[in-house]
Each structure stands twice: as C-alpha cells, then as structure tokens.
Write a new protein. Structure first.
Length: 78
C-alpha cells in the first residue's frame, strides 16, 4: 500500500495511526470484519463471505471472535 501511495512504510504507518488510532493492518482487519458483517446480514454464507473478504479462515484468530459473538451484530433487532 505504501508503494502505491509513493511514500515509505513508516510515513504510512504514522499517518494511518494518527488518523485512525489503528495500525494499518488493524485498520484493514477492521474494514474486512465490518464488510463481512454486512455480507452476512444480507444472507451470504460464512464460506462465501470468507472468500469474498479474503480471510483465509472464517474469522481471523487475532480478532478473537466466535460466531456466537457475531449473532447480535447480524441480527440487531432480536
């Protein structure tokens, strides 16, 4: 990503961190998770969603999420 923006990695890291409070990798993971939740809400299967979002597993271990924790996010009204 840094090379596409024609800046070095340290500059990108600092800028992203200052704007979002997150490291670039964490920002990307959060974006992917948010997108995955949106896809699951509209009825995509977990397998399809994982493929579309480019997660190698259904849920990255580093996010420490279980499908049961996502249920309230997918069905906020009950």
């Amino acid at each position: 990503m840094a090379s596409e923006l024609a800046i070095n990695y340290k500059m990108l890291y600092r800028k992203v961190q200052s704007l979002t409070g997150l490291a670039p990798i964490n920002l990307m993971q959060q974006y992917r998770l948010d997108r995955a939740i949106d896809l699951l809400r509209i009825g995509q299967s977990v397998t399809q969603t994982a493929g579309l979002i480019a997660f190698k597993t259904s849920c990255p271990k580093s996010l420490s999420l279980l499908p049961s924790n996502l249920s309230p996010l997918m069905h906020p009204n009950g």
